[in-house]
Design a protein around this ligand. Structure first.
Ligand SMILES: *[C@@H]1O[C@H](CO)[C@@H](O)[C@H](O)[C@H]1NC(C)=O
Ligand SMILES: [Ca+2]
Length: 324
């Protein structure tokens, strides 16, 4: 292929990946982590690593598939971009077939490098957490399956409750089977005019699929990007291949000039606290499952009618034999 064909294919792929891709959006190198990770020296430009994190030529491993590990990577430059999209290429994998954990979290937070109980970061944080929880801590019935992706916005007062998998402080969430896949898995976190949209590319389709969208999310500028992971009794490899932050070009943003550096993180919409036992789950039956159920149901009805008729006729024949 000649060069222009490569470019054509590349542009086509790009248009497939994001229909809304704006050519003016551009990657901020100081907030991105891409291969090769090392620059000229031993330091990785713009990023710091804590805990069990190891760097290999092809991935950054926050935790290996061993118990009680905590690892994180933190960007050292505060993000002063107002509208952005963060894309993380990750891989969660391990030996466990049914038991694995705990998961990882992507942060846009005031404090950095503070090890703690929320997937390796501190509790009562300020900012945004996108949590990719692989292990369900609930006992008893659940209202969703794991792995589960959720968003939490905190002004420093909220506690992340592992016993409820954070469901009573989450803004929204979706199930996402991203573990132990042999193709690439990506997540995109888009923060645009106070609307937070989380999408995944975990089905090997090279396309974003919306996980959830929440409006009315107010985040200050000047916070830090980070990714952290933990293992406990259960474990997994939590690998990060790349982190890319794109500045979104928003010529029509009415609040572009607003000083956002000192606002308190907030979200107008919180999902109400949920009772996990009684929570109805209208979406648990997909259209296909409903169709199958109705099909089985109607076959059963037809079978009953046919059997009933056969029984009735047989009964009558017997009667006839008996009486005539
Ligand atoms: C922090 O968030 C909590 C829960 O949403 C809210 O009740 C409280 O008023 C907030 N505090 C500040 C200082 O914004
Ligand atoms: Ca959990």
């Amino acid at each position: 292929m000649i060069w222009s064909e490569y470019l054509g294919v590349f542009l086509y792929c790009l248009s497939q990946v994001s229909a809304e891709w704006n050519t003016k959006d551009f990657m901020k190198r100081e907030h991105s982590l891409i291969k090769p990770y090392y620059g000229s020296g031993i330091e990785i430009p713009f990023w710091h690593f804590t805990g069990s994190t190891i760097v290999t030529p092809n991935y950054i491993r926050l935790t290996s598939d061993l118990q009680s590990k905590v690892g994180a990577i933190w960007n050292s430059v505060p993000v002063n971009v107002r509208n952005w999209e963060l894309q993380v290429h990750f891989k969660v994998h391990g030996k466990g077939k049914d038991l694995f954990g705990d998961g990882f979290a992507i942060w846009y937070a005031k404090d950095r490098m503070k090890e703690g109980p929320v997937f390796g970061n501190n509790d009562f944080f300020h900012g945004l957490a996108i949590i990719l929880d692989t292990y369900s801590n609930h006992n008893g019935p659940h209202n969703h399956q794991h792995p589960y992706i959720s968003a939490m916005v905190n002004n420093g007062t909220l506690h992340y409750d592992h016993d409820r998998d954070g469901t009573h402080t989450q803004l929204a969430g979706c199930e996402a089977k991203f573990r132990n896949l042999d193709y690439d898995t990506h997540i995109a976190i888009r923060y645009e005019k106070d609307v937070l949209t989380v999408s995944t590319d975990i089905e090997n389709k090279a396309a974003w699929k919306e996980c959830f969208q929440v409006k009315g999310v107010r985040l200050p500028t000047g916070y830090y990007l980070g990714v952290s992971a933990t293992t406990g009794d259960l474990s997994d490899n939590h690998d990060i291949m790349s982190v890319r932050l794109f500045e979104l070009d928003m010529p029509d943003d009415p609040q572009a000039d607003e000083d956002r550096s000192n606002i308190v993180p907030s979200a107008t919409f919180f999902e109400p606290p949920r009772d996990h036992v009684e929570d109805p789950k209208p979406s648990s039956l997909s259209g296909f499952k409903v169709f199958i159920l109705m099909l089985v149901g109607s076959i059963a009805v037809v079978a009953c009618v046919v059997l009933g008729i056969m029984f009735y006729q047989k009964h009558h024949e017997n009667k006839r034999k008996r009486f005539y």
